[in-house]
Design a protein around this ligand. Structure first.
Ligand SMILES: O=c1ccn([C@H]2C[C@H](O)[C@@H](COP(=O)(O)OP(=O)(O)OP(=O)(O)O)O2)c(=O)[nH]1
Length: 160
């Protein structure tokens, strides 16, 4: 996967957001970590994977994918802020969705405590493993990321 092109698109979006919101000199790293935690929670809710008490089905794949790429935006953005860039590595085998969600929450917490290259690589891998578990292909990620990136630009231009 051409992660470089994701980082390039993310960098343009982040610069646009910081300029539009007049946040140029402000650190928003902790805000992005909280945003990522919230996005992962929203994503888990759409899958309903942990709702053993309910027979209602999960949301459609497109809805779950859109939530997933929101989180991907924040992980790319955190990498840019701290100058960490994902290096492709082998991923663990498919897990239960609940286990994959618990793993990513642990990875985010670890990254918050220790903002190191190693914890960033681990965070990124955990997120990709979650994506695999949810059944997303690389093509799914590319298409959905591109689409949401454009929406995010438009929202800024519309005074979101
Ligand atoms: O510096 C930033 C800040 C935000 N985003 C992106 C990530 C995500 O794709 C979107 C924010 O998530 P969302 O679209 O869910 O925003 P929201 O304000 O929570 O929307 P809604 O009220 O529709 O849920 O903005 C970035 O890429 N960089």
């Amino acid at each position: 996967m051409d992660w470089q092109s994701f980082y390039e698109k993310q960098s343009e979006l982040d610069a646009h957001i910081m300029e539009t919101q007049k946040m140029k000199e402000v650190s928003v790293i902790d805000d992005k970590i909280l945003a990522l935690l919230v996005e992962v929670g929203e994503l888990a809710n759409e899958t309903r994977c942990f709702k053993f008490w309910s027979a209602k089905p999960s949301s459609e794949k497109s809805v779950i994918l859109e939530e997933y790429v929101d989180g991907l935006h924040f992980i790319l953005s955190l990498g840019l802020d701290l100058q960490f860039y994902y290096k492709e590595a082998s991923l663990s085998l498919k897990k239960r969705e609940t286990d994959a969600f618990l793993d990513i929450f642990t990875s985010i917490e670890h990254f918050k405590q220790e903002k190191s290259e190693a914890s960033y690589q681990h965070l990124f891998r955990s997120y990709l493993e979650l994506g695999n578990t949810l059944g997303f292909s690389e093509k799914d990620l590319q298409t959905a990321y591109q689409k949401k990136n454009e929406v995010n630009f438009q929202r800024q231009d519309e005074g979101y």
